[in-house]
Design a protein around this ligand. Structure first.
Ligand code: NDP
Ligand code: OXD
Length: 310
């Protein structure tokens, strides 16, 4: 069947994807927002942020496609149930996230933040060290990205634990699930990684009570969403010595305001939401494969479960 795609986002990306579709999926008509010839014909909207009045402007919309892996930037409750919400399940996003997590875990494991502080004071001081086999990494969110990160960390010698909503059996690691298994998961975790989607259940999850269940000198990596971590609680636990380091890529308010105490905290490494950045070529191919499925009336990959919210 023919499909009418409307893309909203950086123009150069839109033009590259338009050219890719023109050469490989001619039954797709591609338009770059806000230039729309017939709004009634739009059936697929591809965007990170949706245009303000999209429900009324494009009343025949069937698919909303996120250019990223997350969909929390959409107000899911206001998207009609019959509209399929799809997220970008792209191997390059997985690879970049895995690289970032390895970098962050090794930064913590080898005390890079402390050595940077010592270097700033020209101080030669060797800190106690251990091997990755003596360090346990706990991953919250054992989905697409969490499982890939676990494999990579495992191959670098770390002990691995996972925590998810439903039970999982994954080779060579212990998996926990649900609120009732959060305590045994956290109490054995030296480096906690948050890779959860943002939902009503995960908002504010990493608060003082939960983070206090980590053993003394544990550290936190947040690559999920800023709203999952209560920053004041994290700062309190870093300052009272319970937690060692934090590597943070996502924040409740982005960009992080200039005066925020996190920027200059000696136990914190900040990156500006770059753990995994959608790459135009690879994401274009992923999108194309999924749109072919849609045009052939086959199920697409990455369709969000509206009840779960991810
Ligand atoms: P998936 O949907 O594949 O996996 C989500 C995982 O989280 C699943 O294991 C799920 O459990 C678990 N989960 C969800 N809700 C809960 C809950 N209430 N309690 C316990 N576990 C829960 O997502 P991805 O791995 O693809 O992506 C995860 C998130 O990473 C994205 O939503 C996004 O927020 C973030 N992200 C950040 C990026 C960055 O640059 N910082 C880049 C890309 C993504 P179950 O398996 O049981 O369903
Ligand atoms: C994503 C992100 O969800 O970049 O893809 O955070």
């Amino acid at each position: 069947m023919s499909i009418n795609i409307l893309y909203r986002g950086p123009r150069d990306r839109g033009q590259r994807w338009q050219a890719l579709f023109a050469s490989t999926l001619p039954e797709a008509n591609w338009e770059n927002w806000p230039e729309v010839i017939d709004p009634l014909k739009v059936d697929v909207l591809i965007a990170w942020k949706l245009p303000r009045n999209y429900q009324t402007d494009y009343p025949n919309l069937q698919v909303i496609y996120s250019v990223g892996a997350g969909v929390d930037q959409f107000d899911l409750a206001n998207i009609p149930e019959y509209v399929q919400v799809v997220r970008m399940l792209d191997p390059t996003i997985t690879q970049m996230m895995t690289e970032y997590i390895l970098m962050a875990a090794l930064t913590i494991h080898r005390d890079t933040i402390a050595y940077r502080n010592l270097q700033n004071k020209a101080q030669w001081l060797a800190l106690p060290a251990c091997t990755t086999a003596q360090r346990t990494v706990g991953i919250m969110g054992m989905g697409n990205l969490g499982q890939a990160a676990a494999q990579c960390l495992k191959s670098n010698g770390f002990n691995l634990l996972g925590w998810s909503r439903t039970a999982k059996a994954i080779e060579a690691m212990d998996c926990f699930h649900g609120r009732e298994q959060l305590e045994p998961f956290l109490s054995q975790t030296d480096i906690l990684i948050c890779l959860l989607p943002l939902t009503e259940l995960t908002k504010g999850l990493l608060n003082r009570d939960i983070l206090s269940l980590l053993p003394p000198n544990a550290s936190v990596i947040n690559v999920g969403r800023g709203e999952q971590l209560v920053v004041d609680d994290l700062l309190a636990l870093l300052d009272n010595g319970h937690l060692n380091y934090a590597v943070l890529d996502v924040f409740e308010q982005e960009p992080l305001e200039e005066q925020h105490p996190l920027w200059r905290h000696p136990k914190v490494l900040i990156t500006p939401h770059i753990a995994a950045v959608t790459q135009t070529q690879s994401a274009g191919e992923t999108l194309l494969a999924n749109m072919k499925q849609y045009a052939n009336q086959q199920p697409m990959t990455g369709v969000v479960d509206r009840q779960r919210g991810y």
